[in-house]
Design a protein around this ligand. Structure first.
Ligand SMILES: *[C@@H]1O[C@H](CO)[C@@H](O)[C@H](O)[C@H]1NC(C)=O
Ligand SMILES: *[C@@H]1O[C@H](CO)[C@@H](O)[C@H](O)[C@H]1NC(C)=O
Length: 485
């Protein structure tokens, strides 16, 4: 088999030292191990608990470029954490993450089976909003907030600045809106439509209203949107057009939900900017041919950017961007394999393929933290990783992580390099800190992948950190530029 690979891939000859294992060199991995800076990761876990959130003081910074660009902040730098220690912060992040994964899997299940999301919704009170001007913050034990990366966005004319979650896993943009029948707590004032000269309700016969999965009409005229995220959280309100300001650039007539009734897991940000592949997402409404983002370390207080219509650099490692005919929201990627320490895992190609019915496949998502793989695939990956880390002292499992290490007595360690493989021999090796992550401040680190019982696999933001991820929508390519935040 190795011989056949050599015949078909010229690259193999260039990288094959005499007598070396051909399949290893085919991968073109510079090094079979990667260095994990344990001391730095632990220092970050201590810093993140004491950040002063930038909060409302921050206004959207002007875009320094010719294309639309906005700053992205990790949650920790925007919202002061209420957690006493890093372990507690980790557990709450993981709990949020599980809700997120459930929500995406539900969305897919419903699309595949042809059921509308609203059939699940727990409300009934949705269409009654609007009368009372009462703010009732929802801060239940379970509503820990969703979304890990935020941007500062101006809504209306003149713009009111709010934090919005950036979400490649959904399309409909929305913002909490006055009058609130049910609004959760947010750090900025609730958007007030009566103070905006560009606020304009959409009629039911508009294309934007028709694109909604779940729309209703009020007085047979104006459009009402509802989005349920499948995990009990939802937002309902008027579907309108508004001016959206990013930095110094404004975009007019963006369809956005003015949410009067919002409940669930959104605490922290005032709304959501949908970056999915459907026609109502912000990126689609911009007619953007590309967009890219870089997610800084979740424990850092630095920022990066989301850019629209800026070409990916020529050195980007590219992979096919695939679509699911059952659901246009998700960005599927043509992953062909995963290697650990230079050895490709024995995973069937079908493990990452979308099947006829629309099940399966692997998406790349900004809102999921930990990469989820089908159980067999995960097990093969985990077993290979364990095999390459026999020298490291193990620790008990933590939440969904079953492979953990006690690294309290070292300041750095070598771990097997983990790489994603794409067609045409393209390889994206991950930095060690993108898959061995601290779960407390005293030296427990875990292998940050997890199994899923859904057929849908997801590449999460922990694995994307520090890598610019670009979506070339025109050419159906996803590009990766390592070390480019
Ligand atoms: C995007 O294209 C549509 C249809 O051609 C057009 O109506 C709309 O104004 C465009 N939006 C932007 C922001 O250019
Ligand atoms: C981790 O190892 C250190 C010694 O290297 C030990 O003192 C500590 O108790 C261990 N931690 C756990 C949670 O087992």
């Amino acid at each position: 088999m190795g011989f056949l690979f050599c015949v078909f891939f010229a690259a193999c000859f260039f990288f094959t030292p005499p007598f070396a294992d051909c399949s290893r060199s085919l991968l073109q991995i510079p090094h079979p191990t990667a260095l994990l800076d344990v001391a730095e990761a632990l220092q970050n876990t201590r810093n993140v608990l004491s950040f002063t959130p930038i909060g409302q003081s921050l206004s959207a910074s002007p875009s320094p470029t010719s294309f639309l660009s906005l700053q992205i902040y990790p949650r920790a730098s925007v919202q002061k954490t209420s957690h006493p220690d890093y372990k507690s912060l980790t557990l709450s992040r993981l709990q949020r993450d599980s809700a997120r994964v459930t929500s995406l899997a539900t969305r897919l299940d419903l699309s595949v089976s042809g059921i509308s999301m609203s059939d699940l919704k727990p409300l009934g009170k949705g269409s009654e909003f609007g009368a009372e001007d009462v703010e009732s913050p929802i801060v239940s034990g379970s509503s820990q907030g969703s979304g890990e990366y935020f941007s500062r966005v101006g809504i209306g004319k003149p713009p009111s600045q709010v934090y919005m979650v950036l979400d490649t896993g959904s399309d409909v943009n929305w913002v909490q809106c006055s009058p609130c029948a049910d609004c959760y707590q947010q750090s900025d004032p609730i958007f007030e439509p009566s103070l905006s000269s560009s606020y304009s309700p959409l009629n039911c016969d508009t294309q934007q209203c028709k694109y909604l999965d779940d729309s209703e009409c009020r007085n047979d005229r104006t459009c009402v949107y509802e989005v349920s995220y499948g995990d009990g959280s939802y937002t309902v309100g008027d579907f309108v057009t508004e001016t959206i300001t990013l930095g110094s650039d404004s975009v007019n007539n963006v369809a956005i939900g003015c949410g009067h009734n919002n409940e669930g897991l959104f605490v922290g940000a005032g709304g959501l900017l949908g970056l999915g592949g459907g026609p109502l997402s912000f990126s689609s409404q911009l007619n953007a041919t590309t967009f890219s983002y870089c997610l800084v370390d979740r424990d850092s207080d630095s920022a990066s950017t989301l850019e629209f219509d800026s070409a990916l650099p020529p050195n980007a490692i590219t992979a096919p961007l695939l679509r699911n005919h059952q659901l246009d929201t998700f960005y599927y990627i043509g992953l062909t394999g995963i290697s650990v320490g230079g050895e490709l895992l024995p995973i069937p190609e079908s493990a990452f393929k979308i099947d006829e019915s629309g099940n399966g496949g692997i998406i790349i998502d900004s809102g999921t933290a930990v990469t989820r793989l089908q159980t067999d695939t995960y097990n093969a990956l985990r077993d290979a990783f364990i095999k390459g880390t026999k020298n490291l002292p193990s620790a008990d499992s933590v939440a969904l992580f079953d492979t953990c290490y006690n690294l309290s007595s070292t300041s750095s360690v070598d771990v097997p390099t983990l790489s994603f493989h794409f067609p045409e021999g393209k390889v994206v090796p991950l930095p060690a800190k993108n898959y061995v992550i601290p779960v407390d401040s005293v030296g427990t680190f875990c292998f940050a992948f997890a199994p899923t019982s859904s057929t849908l696999s997801i590449i999460g933001n922990v694995q994307q950190q520090g890598i610019r991820v670009g979506f070339d929508l025109g050419n159906s390519r996803v590009g990766f530029v390592p070390n480019k935040c």
